[in-house]
Design a binder for this molecule. Structure first.
Ligand code: ZN
Length: 82
């Protein structure tokens, strides 16, 4: 009698595991670009004109001969450009 109960419980346990495998899919990554801008603290970059540090996300950037420069404002960017 007791053995029968154990066998039935094991059967239902295995059935449950099997159904979980069928119905539960692995979590899908939701747009990785959004995750980067919202959650994480962004890298700090230095403005070469006024020497302050600003978050990369909030900075203005230009590329000159392969190197990227970051600025706190358009005014600084204009000063830097030749
Ligand atoms: Zn600046």
């Amino acid at each position: 009698m007791l053995l029968r109960i154990i066998l039935v419980s094991v059967f239902f346990y295995l059935l449950f595991r099997f159904l979980r495998l069928l119905f539960i899919k692995p979590p899908v990554n939701k747009s990785p670009t959004q995750k980067n801008t919202s959650g994480l603290v962004s890298e700090m970059v230095q403005d070469p004109v006024c020497k302050i540090y600003i978050p990369k996300n909030n900075s203005l950037s230009i590329q000159i001969s392969g190197a990227t420069y970051y600025f706190c404002s358009r005014a600084c960017m204009d000063k830097f450009k030749p």
